[in-house]
Design a protein around this ligand. Sequence first.
Ligand SMILES: *Cc1c(COP(=O)(O)O)cnc(C)c1O
Length: 394
Amino acid sequence: MSDKPPVNLVRRTAWPESVSRAVVTPLQPSVVYSSPDPDRLDDQYEGRADGFTYSREGHPNASVLASKIDALEGGQGGMMTASGMAAVTATMLGLLSAGDHIVGGDQLYGRCLRMLNQDLPRLGITATLADPTDATAIEAAIRPETKLILVEVVSNPTLRVADMTAIAEIAQRHNLILVVDNTFTTPRAYLPFEHGADVVIHSVTKLLSGHSDAMLGYVCAKSAEHQQAIENTIVTMGLTPSPYDCWMAERGLMSFHLRYDRAEENAAKLADHLAGLTGMAQVLYPGRSDHPDHNRAGALLGPRFGNMVSFVLMGGRAEANALTRAMPNMAFAPTLGDIGTTLSHAASSSHRGLTPEGRAALGITEGFFRVSVGVEDIELLKSDFTKGFAAVSG
Ligand SMILES: *Cc1c(COP(=O)(O)O)cnc(C)c1O
């Protein structure tokens, strides 16, 4: 045996000093933080000192990212969550109790519809769905026990535009909490807090992060009391995100404005191109004058009509299969907001839980596709779809 002193490999050594500083935000995976003594820990828990203790309660990578999204949304003290659905969950469980009622848009994200129709009712929280393009339908759904309205500005996948001005006025008149899922519109096109929203939610997984490699949500309430209730739910229910996802998303967010602007410009051009293809039954893009909500979209979103384009192909499942097979370069995938263009088919993915009649009522047939337009050269996108449609009709 050597008489060298033992080396403590388990002890963490100090980070090497450097006069020059890292340019990039560090990734901090530590779950726990050590304190000098119990008094200092008291100071932190009682708000006299800043800092982190245990990462379920917060960590630096989430704080850095949330403060950037706060700045975009014009909010304060927003929180990151493990997914967009975790943000919706934290909002509902944090702000509502058994006996409360929700009015929700009838074309919300599929899992939100499930939460309102199936999961929250088990806890005694009920919901009525109504068409958010028709403010009188939203108002008619309100009951004495209604506490909250949950809407998206642009619906999935038919891209209908909610009557946000009237809905905000109704929420205020009935003293209801207005929750806006701003995932599709993003703060580039719409700022819910400037238009009467009380809570803003994002699936950061989509456009804000933008590369389909981080799953995250964000939630920010206007009132400190609401924000505290939501934060307690996030920490207690364990809806906190991983530092790695926050770190990845911060990098993605750096190019958000550039990606968004390019994708939106592409979407407008692609919508017009699609409308001219043989075999096309209908193109849905709020920026086109043939869209049912074109005028409202213009008033609400300015010229920011977004990166989502939907279309209806003539034919049924066989033609839908033929189209995706003829476009192998384009990801056929049930997501949106990626830097590259993705194609999704509602009947076999987001809306597969509905009956064919239920889908038909929304205008979703086997030929219905949604395109999340990315930043590629527009000529590439046009030629991909031209080839795809030629294969279907040929
Ligand atoms: C994707 C999405 C969600 C859910 O977000 P996840 O990050 O997948 O949990 C919620 N709302 C909208 C509008 C979405 O597109």
